[in-house]
Design a protein around this ligand. Structure first.
Ligand SMILES: Cc1ncc(COP(=O)(O)O)c(C=O)c1O
Length: 356
C-alpha cells in the first residue's frame, strides 16, 4: 500500500457544493418511489480485528435496486435536466466504468428519454448487460474510462446530446455538481443513523473523487469535530494520491487495470479535487490482492459487497496491520470508523468468481 498524508488539510478554499443544492437534491430523491435509507451495519468483529472501538458500514447494495449508490447521482442529475428541458427531451449520454452508466440509463428510462452509454474495453459484459437492461444503447470505445469520457463528449458535441457525467472539467461543472449533491444523501443518511460519539475516521473509495468529495462535504456539515477523511484508490489508478504528491491535479496513465472496476479512473474530477485537496486527511493506494479477502470477510458477516465497494474496508485492515500507517492516520483504540460499502454484487459472475 501507499499512504500520503495531506499537507494541505484544513486550508480554506472554494465551496464546491452549496448547502441549498443539497437541500433540493435531498427533497427530490426522498420523494422518488421506493426511496428508503440504506442500512448502517455495526461490525464489532472487524473493529476488534482493526484494534478500534467501532466500525460501521453503510451498505449501498440495495439502493433503488441498482446495486450501488450511483442512482443518487446520475438519476438525480437526469431529473434536473428533464425539469430544465424546453420541449422534446434531449438524448442523455455518459461514459462509465459500470455503475454510473446504469444510474443514468435508469434515470433516463424513468422519463422515457433515449440514453447512450459509452463503456471501455475493461467493462465486464455483466455490467454492460445491466446498463442495456434499462434500455440504453451501448457504445464500446477506448481502453480506459478516460478514453470513453472523451469519446462520449466528442460524440455529444457532434450530435447535440446532453452529457451526464460524474466527472467534471473546466467549463463542465453544473451537471456533476448535481450528481455530487445527490451522493451527499448517502453520507447524510449515515450521519442520521450514527449513534453515540461521532466517527473519528471515514474511509471512502475514489475513482474520479466525486463521491469522496460529497462525503467529505457532508461529514463536515454533520459532525464536529470533523472526522479524518481517508481517500482510497487502487494502486494502478491512484490519480488523487498522485495529485496530492504533486500539489496540483494530475492524471495517471497506463491501462489502469484493477479488479476495483468502478475505481479505474486516471483523471480526477476538477470539482472533487477542489474539495479533497484541502479537506482529505490522507490518500491511500491499495493493491488488488486485498480486495477478494475483504469481500469474503463481509460475505461471512452476511453482507454482499462488490470489488469497488470494499476498498475502504480493505484499506482499514491494511492500515491496522502497519504501525507507521496507524500513527500517520491517528487510528487508535478509541477510534470510530465509518465505511461506505458503495456497491453490492453489481456483476454477479465476477462476485461469484471472487467470493465463491
Ligand atoms: C461502487 C463504486 N464505488 C466508488 C466509486 C467512485 O466514485 P467516484 O468516481 O465519484 O470517485 C464508483 C464509481 O463508479 C463506484 O462504482
Amino acid at each position: 500500500m501507499r499512504l500520503v498524508v495531506n499537507p494541505n488539510q484544513g486550508t480554506p478554499g472554494l465551496v464546491v457544493l452549496p448547502a441549498s443544492g443539497f437541500r433540493r437534491a435531498k427533497a427530490a430523491i426522498m420523494a422518488w418511489p421506493g426511496y428508503a435509507p440504506t442500512p448502517l451495519a455495526d461490525l464489532p468483529d472487524i473493529a476488534l480485528e482493526a484494534g478500534v472501538a467501532a466500525v460501521r458500514y453503510k451498505d449501498e447494495s440495495g439502493r433503488f435496486g441498482l446495486g450501488s449508490f450511483k442512482a443518487l447521482g446520475g438519476g438525480y442529475a437526469v431529473e434536473r435536466l428533464v425539469a430544465a428541458a424546453c420541449g422534446a427531451l434531449p438524448v442523455f449520454t455518459t461514459a462509465t466504468d459500470g455503475n454510473h452508466g446504469r444510474a443514468v440509463a435508469w434515470g433516463a428510462r424513468r422519463f422515457g428519454a433515449r440514453c447512450v452509454v459509452f463503456v471501455h474495453d475493461g467493462v465486464s459484459q455483466g455490467r454492460v448487460d445491466a446498463i442495456a437492461a434499462y434500455g440504453a444503447e451501448i457504445r464500446r470505445e477506448g481502453e480506459t474510462y478516460d478514453d470513453s469520457v472523451r469519446a462520449c463528449t466528442e460524440t455529444a458535441a457532434r450530435e447535440g446530446w446532453q452529457v451526464v457525467s460524474d466527472t467534471s472539467w473546466p467549463g463542465y461543472t453544473a451537471v456533476p455538481i448535481d450528481v455530487m449533491q445527490g451522493y451527499r444523501l448517502m453520507a447524510d443518511e449515515a450521519a442520521d443513523a450514527w449513534e453515540g460519539a461521532p466517527p473519528t475516521h471515514v474511509f471512502i473509495q475514489a475513482g474520479v473523487g466525486g463521491v469522496a468529495a460529497a462525503v467529505s462535504v457532508q461529514m463536515r456539515a454533520r459532525f464536529t469535530p470533523h472526522p479524518a477523511l481517508v481517500v482510497v484508490e487502487p494502486e494502478r489508478a491512484a490519480c488523487l494520491l498522485e495529485s496530492c504528491l504533486a500539489g496540483r491535479k494530475v492524471g495517471v496513465g497506463g491501462g489502469l487495470q484493477t479488479v476495483m472496476a468502478g475505481l479505474a479512473c486516471g483523471e480526477p474530477s476538477l470539482l472533487a479535487w477542489q474539495e479533497l485537496e484541502r479537506a482529505a486527511s490522507a490518500f491511500m493506494a491499495i493493491p488488488d490482492a486485498v480486495v477478494a479477502p475483504a469481500m469474503r470477510r463481509l460475505a461471512g458477516l452476511g453482507i454482499v459487497a462488490g470489488e469497488s465497494g470494499v476498498a475502504g474496508l480493505a484499506a482499514l485492515l491494511l492500515a491496522a496491520g502497519d504501525a507507521v500507517a496507524l500513527r500517520a492516520l491517528g487510528l487508535e483504540a478509541e477510534s470510530r470508523v465509518l465505511l461506505f460499502g458503495t456497491e453490492g454484487a453489481t456483476d454477479a459472475a465476477v462476485y461469484a468468481g471472487m467470493v465463491g
